[in-house]
Every structure is written in structure tokens, then in C-alpha cells.
Design a protein around this ligand. Sequence first.
Ligand code: E4P
Length: 221
Amino acid sequence: MKFFIDTANVEEIKKAMEWGILDGVTTNPSLIAKEGVDHKTRVMEIVKVVGDLPVSAECVESDYEKLLAEAKDIASWAPNIYVKVPMTPTALEVVKELSPNGVNFNVTLVFSLPQALLAAKAGASFVSFFVGRIDDMGSGEAAQNIEDAVQMVETYEFPKDPEILVASIRGPLQVVESIRSGAHIATIPYKIMEQLFHHPLTDLGVKKFYDDYLKATGKTA
Ligand code: E4P
């Protein structure tokens, strides 16, 4: 499973790059707003840090002509940009129009299997399932939805061979569910990525090995 970081913070992206575990970046208008920066400037800063890894940058327009122009513009920023559009009929028209010309789309705000089917058929490269927002409602369907969507894209033919991307992750358990469901990608906030490293038995084990080494060698810490 690929690991994307879900942030618009450059320092967090640099850290994840240093760990050597990063396969891509997703941003959205809320994450950009949190940073208080210009959209294009920040996306280009991110591209500079991650090289040719995929970077998702989201459109905000909803009118067809405006969204088409915005999607073309964002796609022109760098070859590894994935243009993020919401799961709406108008946005899927834009996907259908531009994806055959080499534009990669990340269709976002997907909450159901039929929505995933529509996005895949239109020509999405990534289909972003929002598990956290579904789980927040207490529906408990999120993990099954991912598993079904993965099976769907592996069973049928679609224009862009879409990957199922698990988004809106709130904690390590949803990362576990993503792995178990066979998701192709999980996009994870920095704080949760950090949590994934830790296990109390790892910390205890590291301490015991070091203490035994000191005891055996007579060295002091
Ligand atoms: C990523 O592509 C999504 O925009 C993001 O994961 C949404 O997360 P949220 O539900 O925490 O806002």
C-alpha cells in the first residue's frame, strides 16, 4: 500500500521524505487555508520537495466552464500534479473531457461504492474514499466500502486503471483497516504517521537491549 501524506505543511512533508516512506502528497482547500498561503505557490513548494511523486491539488469551481479552466490550469503546474475534483456530475464531465489528454484526476469526497464506480468510469486515476467522515457518522461501512471498491477496480476495466485511495484518516486503526481492505493508497495526516512508528513493546525492547549492553560492557550511558 502506498503512503501519501495529507497536509499542505512543507516541514511535515520534508520530515516524511526523510523517513523514506513517502509515495505522494494530498492537499485540499481546508489544508491550504490552515497554512494561510497562496495555493499555487504552496503546491509548487511541495513539488520542489517531493520531486516526481504525485501531488494532489484541489479545484474549487463548480460551474463547468470555470472548473474546466481551473483543472487545465492546475494540471499545467507540474507533470506529477493530480487534479482533485469533487464527486459531482459536472466534475465528472471535466474528468471525462481532460483525462484522455493526459490529465490525472483524483476524484474526492467519495462515500459509496456507486460513486466510486462513476468516478472510475469517467476516467479518475485516484478515487478518494473518505473513511473518517463516514465513521464519524457511526455507519461502520467504511472498511467494507474500500474492500468492495478495490475488488471493483480489479474486476472491471476502466479508462485509467484507477487506484483506491483511503482519505480522511483519523487514527492508526483506519490505517490497519486500509491495509486489510487491500487499499492501493492511504493518505495520512503527519500526526498519525508519527503514531504509526510507536509500540510500547518496541520502546521497552530498545531500553532493555541498551541496558544489557551497558551491563555486559561495563560502560556508562
Ligand atoms: C484528502 O485527500 C482529503 O481531502 C482529506 O483526507 C480529508 O480529511 P478530513 O475528513 O479530515 O478533512
